[in-house]
Design a protein. Structure first.
Length: 292
C-alpha cells in the first residue's frame, strides 16, 4: 500500500460518473438511485453495488454506490461522532491508530497508516482529517473528511459519505474519496504497480481470456477499485456490528470485515483471519494501555 486512501479506500465500470465530492441533497441522491437502479439490480458482485473509478486531472477518484439493509437512522447514529469514525476506519488492515483532536478548522481524526500490514506502527504516516457532518436528518445524511497533505507529494484527500432512505429498512449510499498527486507520487505509484503490485487487479472486466474467463483492469484504475471496495466494506462491517450487544460489537466487526473482504480473494486477499485478528487485538490493547 502506497498511501492509506490510495492503497487502502464495486461493480463493473461502464462509464465513470465522477460525481463531485461535495454533499448534495436528498432529492439529488434519490434521483441518482433511480438512474442506477438497473446497474445495482444486475451487479456482477451479486449484491447491489456499483463502483466508478476515475483518473482526474489532479489525481484519482473512486465512487461507490450501494443499497444496504440498514435504515438511515442506523447510519446517522453510528457515524455521528469522530470516535465512531475512528472505530470504523481501524477495521482496515493498514490503519493502525486513530486519534480524535480539535484543531482550528474543527474536530479532527489523526489516522496512522502503515505502508504494509506487517510493518510496525513506527513506520506509519499520518493523515490529519477534518471531519464534518453537514446533514443529519430523517431523509438525508452527509458527512465528510478532508486532509490537506499526505505522503510522497499527495494532497487534498476528500472523503464523502451520503445516504437517503429506501423505505423503512434500507438506504442508498454514496461513499467516495479522491486525492491529488504530483509527478513524484504518480511515478512512485506506477513503479509499485509495475513491480510489487504487478499481479494486483481491480474489478472492472476489460477483456476475456481464450477460455472465456475475465481479464480485470490493472494499473491506477485497478488500484482505485481495490481501495474503494476495502473502504466500502469497512463501512459495511461497521454497520453490521449494530446487530450485536455493545460489548460484542468490536469483535463482530473485525470478523465481518475479514469475511466481506474474502468474498473477493482475487482482488483483496492479503492475510489469514488469525493474523488479522492478532494485529487488531494488539492495536486495541496498545491503545487501551495508552489511554490510562
Amino acid at each position: 500500500m502506497l498511501v492509506g486512501l490510495m492503497l487502502g479506500l464495486l461493480a463493473t465500470v461502464s462509464g465513470a460518473l465522477a460525481a463531485p465530492l461535495e454533499a448534495g441533497s436528498a432529492t439529488a441522491l434519490a434521483e441518482l438511485h433511480r438512474g442506477l437502479a438497473d446497474d445495482l439490480a444486475h451487479s456482477p458482485l451479486k449484491r447491489p453495488v456499483r463502483l466508478d473509478s476515475t483518473e482526474t486531472d489532479g489525481g484519482l477518484q473512486g465512487d461507490v454506490y450501494a443499497v444496504v439493509d440498514r435504515p438511515i437512522g442506523d447510519i446517522r447514529d453510528a457515524l455521528g461522532k469522530s470516535s465512531q469514525w475512528c472505530e470504523m476506519l481501524l477495521l482496515h488492515i493498514n490503519n493502525r491508530q486513530c486519534q480524535v483532536s480539535r484543531g482550528p478548522a474543527g474536530e479532527m481524526l489523526i489516522l496512522s497508516v502503515v505502508p504494509r500490514y506487517d510493518r510496525p506502527l513506527e513506520s506509519a504516516f499520518k493523515l490529519d482529517f477534518v471531519r464534518r457532518v453537514t446533514h443529519a436528518t430523517s431523509d438525508y445524511f452527509a458527512a465528510s473528511l478532508r486532509a490537506e497533505t499526505g505522503p510522497m507529494g499527495t494532497s487534498h484527500y476528500r472523503v464523502l459519505l451520503e445516504a437517503v432512505p429506501l423505505g423503512e429498512r434500507q438506504s442508498f449510499l454514496h461513499f467516495a474519496y479522491a486525492y491529488d498527486d504530483n509527478m513524484v507520487a504518480r511515478l512512485a505509484t506506477m513503479a509499485y504497480l509495475a513491480t510489487f503490485g504487478s499481479h494486483k487487479v481491480g474489478f472492472t472486466v476489460v477483456d476475456n481470456t481464450p477460455d472465456g474467463g475475465p481479464v480485470y483492469i490493472q494499473g491506477l484504475r485497478g488500484l482505485v477499485e481495490r481501495n474503494a471496495m476495502r473502504y466500502f466494506l469497512t463501512l459495511d462491517a461497521y454497520l453490521a456490528g449494530l446487530d450485536a450487544p455493545p460489548a460484542a460489537r468490536s469483535e463482530l466487526r473485525l470478523r465481518r470485515w475479514f469475511e466481506f473482504v474474502e468474498r473477493y480473494p482475487t482482488q483483496l486477499h492479503e492475510i489469514d483471519l488469525a493474523t488479522y485478528l492478532a494485529l487488531k487485538h494488539e492495536d486495541h490493547q496498545r491503545d487501551a494501555r495508552n489511554s490510562h
